[in-house]
Write a new protein. Structure first.
Length: 618
C-alpha cells in the first residue's frame, strides 16, 4: 500500500512535470518558428518591393520571340540576385520564367495557394516543400501587370534552412534545459512524495491500530499543516471511540454474562423474522448444538408452530403473547414461551423468553398418575376384602368348606395392602431425604450368593435354570448391604416372574474401573423399546394385568432406582422383546474417605445417624 501510493504520487507529479515541460517546449518552438517565418515573409515583402521598382520587360503572353524570352529571363536573373528564387506565372498558372528550374519541366501553378491568394487579393504567402527543387520553401507572391494590363504573378521564395538551423539549435538548448529542470524538479518531487507518503502511511497505520483496538495516540510531527491537523482529529476520535467501546464492552459483557448464565432461553427476532440474538439456553432448549448465528431465519431454527405463531402475532402489533410449547418426542420438555414486542427507533422486533416448566408438568403428571394408581391399587384388594367379609357376615361363616378359603383370600389381599403401604412409605422417606443408609464395605460374593440361594427355590418351582457367574477376587463395594440385597432380590423376582418355564436366568458381577457391575439376565418376554425409559417410574407396568395377577405393586423398580442412586450407583436396562432382558446396577468400590463423606451427607439430610463401619459385612 505504501509503495503503491508513493509511486502513484510520484508518477502523477512526474507526469505533470513532463506535460508542463513538453507544453513549454512545443509552444516555445512553435512561437519561435512563427516568428522566424514572419521575419522571412517580411524579408520577401521587402524584396518584392525592390523587384517592383524594376518594371517587367514588355513581352507577349506567352513570349513569341526569343528576344522577349531572353529579356524576361534576364529580368528574373536580376531579381534573383537578392538570394531569393524568382518565378513569373501567368494568371492561368503557367510558368513563364524561373530563376532555378527550366520552365518546360514545371507543372501548372494555378492551384498553388499563394498564386490563388495573389490573384484574388494582390499578394499571397505559403510554406511547403517545392515539387521542382525538392526543398522546403517560404513563398511570397504578388500581382503585376504587363503593358496592356495583362496580369502576371511574380513569386519569391526563400529556403527553410535559414529557419530550421537556428530553430534546431534552440530546440537542443531547450531540451537540455528541460532535462535539467526535469531532473531537479523530479528529485524534489520524489523527496516530497516520499515525505507525504510516510506521513500518510503513519496515519494509515494509526487507523489500522485503532481498527484493531489499539487506541494509543499518534505523536505530532511538528509540521503544522493539514496532515498534522488530521492526525490531531484522529487522536481525538480514537480517544472518544476508546471510551465508547470500553463502556459498550462492559455493558455487553455484563449482558452476555447474564444472558449466558440464564437457564431460560432468550432470543431476539427482527421484523423480517430473523434472529438477531440467541443465548445458549435458547439453543439448548431447541436441541441445537450451538446457538444459531445472527441473521438465521426463524423458520430454519424453530420448528414449533405455536412459538412461530406467537412471534408473528407480536410482529403484527400485539404487545405480548404467551404460549406453551413442547419439544422432543420420546422425552418431551415443556416450556412457557413469553413473546414481547420491542422497538428501537424505527426498528421493531420481538423478544422471546422460554421458561422450562418440564418439572412442573412432570410433577403434575406424577401427582395425577400417583393418585390414580394408588386409588386403583387400593380399590382391588379393598373391594375383595369388603366383598368376602360381607359374604362371611351374610352366612358364609357357617359354611366350613368356603369360610377358610374366603379368609385366606382376605388375608392375601390384606398382605398386598400391607406391601403396597410399605412401599409407599419407603418412597415417601426417599422423597423426603429421610432414608437411613449404613454405608459399609460389602463383600460382593456373600451378597450375590445370599440372593442366589433365596431365589433358587422359587426358580426351581417354575422350572427355570438359575446360574451364578461371579468373578473371583472382586473388590468390596461401598453400600448398605440390606438395601443392595433388596434391589438385587427385586430384580431376581422380576426375572423369575416374567420368564417362561424352561428359561434361563444368570446372576453375575464384575469389576469395571472404580465400580462393580451387577447384572441379572433372563430369557423372558422382554421389554419394548418405547417402554424402557419409563419402567423405573412409579406404578408403571409394561403388562399391568399380568403384574397385578402376580401380586406386584408397580413400585419395585422405582424403589430400586432410588436406593441405588442414593448409594452413588446407577441402574439401567437392556432388553429386546422375545429375547429377554438384562438389568444392570453399579456400586462404587469401597473407599474409606468417600464412604465417610457419603454417610455424613446422608445423615445430615435424614437427621439420623448413619454409621459407616470398617468391618466387612454382607
Amino acid at each position: 500500500m505504501r509503495r503503491k501510493f508513493f509511486w502513484r504520487l510520484a508518477f502523477a507529479f512526474l507526469a505533470l512535470l513532463v506535460s508542463a515541460l513538453g507544453a513549454v517546449d512545443f509552444l516555445a518552438e512553435r512561437a519561435l518558428r512563427t516568428s522566424y517565418e514572419n521575419d522571412a515573409f517580411r524579408e520577401l515583402q521587402a524584396l518584392g518591393r525592390l523587384v517592383r521598382i524594376q518594371s517587367l520587360p514588355p513581352t507577349s503572353i506567352p513570349p513569341k520571340t526569343p528576344e522577349e524570352s531572353a529579356a524576361l529571363n534576364n529580368w528574373v536573373a536580376n531579381a534573383a540576385a537578392s538570394g531569393a528564387r524568382v518565378t513569373v506565372n501567368t494568371a492561368d498558372g503557367k510558368v513563364l520564367a524561373d530563376s532555378q528550374t527550366e520552365t518546360d519541366t514545371m507543372e501548372n501553378h494555378a492551384a498553388r495557394p499563394e498564386i490563388v491568394s495573389a490573384l484574388r487579393t494582390g499578394e499571397g504567402r505559403a510554406t511547403r516543400t517545392s515539387v521542382s527543387v525538392k526543398r522546403a520553401l517560404l513563398y511570397y507572391a504578388f500581382r503585376e501587370y504587363l503593358p496592356g494590363d495583362v496580369p502576371v504573378i511574380v513569386r519569391l521564395a526563400l529556403p527553410m534552412e535559414g529557419i530550421d538551423e537556428p530553430l534546431g539549435k534552440f530546440r537542443v538548448n531547450l531540451w537540455i534545459g528541460s532535462l535539467l529542470i526535469f531532473l531537479i524538479a523530479g528529485a524534489v518531487g520524489l523527496l516530497m512524495s516520499r515525505t507525504y507518503t510516510d506521513r500518510v502511511e503513519r496515519l494509515r497505520e494509526f487507523s489500522r491500530r485503532v481498527a484493531e483496538g489499539d487506541f494509543r495516540p499518534l505523536p505530532p510531527d511538528g509540521t503544522g499543516d493539514t496532515l498534522e491537523a488530521l492526525g490531531y482529529s484522529l487522536n481525538q476520535t480514537a480517544a472518544r471511540l476508546d471510551r465508547t467501546i470500553r463502556t459498550l464492552t462492559e455493558e455487553r459483557n455484563l449482558s452476555a454474562a447474564i444472558l449466558g448464565s440464564m437457564v431460560e432461553g432468550v432470543a431476539v427476532v427482527n421484523g423480517a423474522e430473523r434472529l438477531a440474538f440467541a443465548n445458549p439456553g435458547f439453543a439448548s432448549i431447541l436441541g441445537l448444538d450451538v446457538p444459531p448465528v445472527a441473521g438465521s431465519s426463524l423458520l430454519e431454527v424453530v420448528r414449533q408452530t405455536e412459538l412461530i405463531e406467537a412471534v408473528r402475532r407480536v410482529l403484527a402489533g400485539e404487545p405480548r403473547v404467551e404460549a406453551e410449547i413442547a419439544t422432543g418426542t420420546l422425552r418431551q420438555h415443556f416450556f412457557a414461551a413469553t413473546v414481547a414486542s420491542v422497538r428501537a427507533g424505527e426498528t421493531s422486533g420481538a423478544v422471546i423468553v422460554l421458561h422450562d416448566i418440564t418439572e412442573l408438568r412432570k410433577l403434575e403428571r406424577v401427582r395425577r398418575d400417583f393418585i390414580a394408581n394408588v386409588s386403583h391399587e387400593f380399590r382391588t384388594p379393598l373391594t375383595a376384602i369388603q366383598g368376602f367379609a360381607e359374604t362371611l357376615i351374610a352366612g358364609a361363616l357357617d359354611d366350613p368348606q368356603n369360610r377358610v378359603r374366603f379368609l385366606n383370600i382376605i388375608l392375601e389381599h390384606a398382605r398386598r395392602l400391607a406391601r403396597l403401604t410399605e412401599d409407599l412409605l419407603k418412597l415417601s422417606q426417599m422423597d423426603a431425604d429421610r432414608l437411613e443408609l449404613e454405608i459399609r464395605p460389602v463383600k460382593v460374593g456373600q451378597l450375590v450368593e445370599s440372593c442366589y440361594e433365596t431365589a433358587r427355590h422359587r426358580a426351581g418351582e417354575k422350572e427355570l435354570a438359575l446360574t451364578l457367574d461371579v468373578s473371583e477376587n472382586l473388590p468390596e463395594v461401598a453400600g448398605d448391604a440390606r438395601r443392595l440385597q433388596e434391589v438385587l432380590q427385586n430384580l431376581l423376582d422380576n426375572a423369575i416372574q416374567y420368564t417362561l418355564p424352561g428359561g434361563k436366568i444368570v446372576l453375575s458381577a464384575e469389576a469395571r474401573d472404580e465400580e462393580v457391575i451387577f447384572t441379572v439376565a433372563d430369557t423372558g418376554i422382554g421389554i419394548p423399546t418405547a417402554d424402557q425409559p419409563r419402567i423405573f417410574e412409579r406404578f408403571y407396568r409394561v403388562d399391568a394385568a399380568r403384574s397385578r395377577e402376580a401380586g406386584g405393586t408397580g413400585l419395585g423398580l422405582a424403589i430400586a432406582k432410588h436406593l441405588i442412586e442414593a448409594q452413588g450407583g446407577r441402574i439401567w436396562v437392556e432388553s429386546e422383546v422375545g429375547a429377554g432382558s438384562r438389568f444392570h446396577f453399579s456400586a462404587p468400590v469401597f473407599d474409606a474417605e468417600r464412604a465417610a463423606g457419603r454417610s455424613s451427607s446422608t445423615s445430615a439430610a435424614s437427621g439420623r445417624v448413619a454409621r459407616p463401619a470398617a468391618s466387612p459385612g454382607a
